[in-house]
Design a protein around this ligand. Sequence first.
Ligand code: ADP
Length: 253
Amino acid sequence: ATWKKIDVQNRSKDELYEMGKTFNAMIDHLKDNFEKQETFVSDASHELKTPISIVKSYAQLVKRRGTDNQQLVQESMEAIDSEADRMGKLVEQMLALAKNKHLAAKEQVHIVALLEETVTTFQTAYKREITFKKDVSDEVVLTGNRDQLEQVFYILIDNALKYSEDKVEIGIEMEHRQVLIQVRDYGSGISEAEQARIFDRFYRVDKARSRDTGGTGLGLSIAAAIVKEHQGEITVQSKVGEGATFVVTFPIV
Ligand code: ADP
């Protein structure tokens, strides 16, 4: 939004009344944003406190009992290393969320090639069955930020692999004047109540399990923010025990 001062001189009563209404709406909007920021900062500090206290307690353990216990030192160092990774990931993702607010540079993106590349990266890195079904012309072009769009695909495919053990299916097709991307897995699935919350920042269905898988609860909120930024939509269809399908659509102009 652009902000400018309003000239209140020589206005009729009706006009002033309308301005008052606009002003109140703006205040509500600002208040809402401030509250969201506050929640974000308090959630973020909470999430960072856990790895910090783990690092601290291992460091103290090594200081106290590490001199003649090589195995303890080894285990502690591994834990410290992995917690440092976790903090790094959290900070990186929090920055991604903050950065997303400002319009990232938009370019013409060949969406099919981009998705195909991301799929290939995962196929190379994981020994898992990942299929790719393309039902759209390679020429489809989207106006958007390439890195951000790639991040959306990355988050969804990464989750599908993390929360299932079976194959993962990725598809791209046209529907009306929209390009539609699907990421389907056959894992644990997500209940209806949880579906409403998984796009919230820091929300994780199973905190312990998600921690083991390196989850931060920020992935889907980043994906949702980026998709919104691109005038698209992201939804999930799922039944517990039957896996989950994430669907992303972008308008083609
Ligand atoms: P995380 O870093 O924990 O994966 P996300 O924001 O990406 O955070 O996802 C939020 C939560 O939604 C996850 O912790 C998980 O419980 C659930 N979730 C996301 N994707 C899937 C999926 N494909 N299948 C089952 N649950 C999922």
